[in-house]
Design a protein around this ligand. Sequence first.
Ligand code: MD3
Ligand code: FE
Length: 222
Amino acid sequence: DPSSLPPGVVLLRGWLSIEEQVEVIRVLRDLGKGPGGFYTPSYGPGQSMHLRMMCLGKHWEPRSHSYEDVRSSHDGAIPPMIPPILHDACVKAAEQCLQVSQREQGVRMPSISPDICLVNYYEKSGRLGLHQDKDESSDSLRQGIPVVSFSIGDTADFVMSRTHDEEPQTLQLCSGDALVFGGPSRMIYHGVPKVYPGTAPAQLLEATGMRAGRINLTFRQL
Ligand code: MD3
Ligand code: FE
């Protein structure tokens, strides 16, 4: 029931067609061949995240909770630019979500001009603990500039809660879903406790030769 989502949260089920999902996977695969490809981010020794990541536009540095021009704590690579096709998809999804949130939730959110795209790759045991995204500028956070995300591949459980204590609300995110968090929900706690291996659409696997797993793209304005 979409009307039970918090104000500023909009889910567009199946927003990316299979053909668009295939194109995104091809673009990411090409980018991954050059410098700046997937790696395992870490907060420090013995504190690796349970996913692999590729940053586009900027590098997100978990050790300092900041955004950088190079992968200083990893290999010094410069992150690739956000490809125009991904940039445009983000802006288009945001436009649609802003209309929905204004009409259905009475919430006004600013649009987004994305500076960074984080690509998370979850394998069978991939997960992401409950956290807030607050490494962006205080201006971006204060204005509630939305974060836009696309899910591709295996289905995952996604949890969110307004405070650290309350019972989280769970959503399943499926291949092709677009999800926007802005306005009053920009600082919500959220995480990905579980992915369901073998649930990706067969057509996607056939067209890409993609291994099992889940890809999530998040776009932010810094
Ligand atoms: C709510 N990624 O990269 S996407 C992240 O599925 C992240 O990989 C998850 O949380 C993933 O930080 C969730 C949905 C999402 C993304 C960003 C948000 C929800 C958000 C930022 C603020 C609030
Ligand atoms: Fe997050």
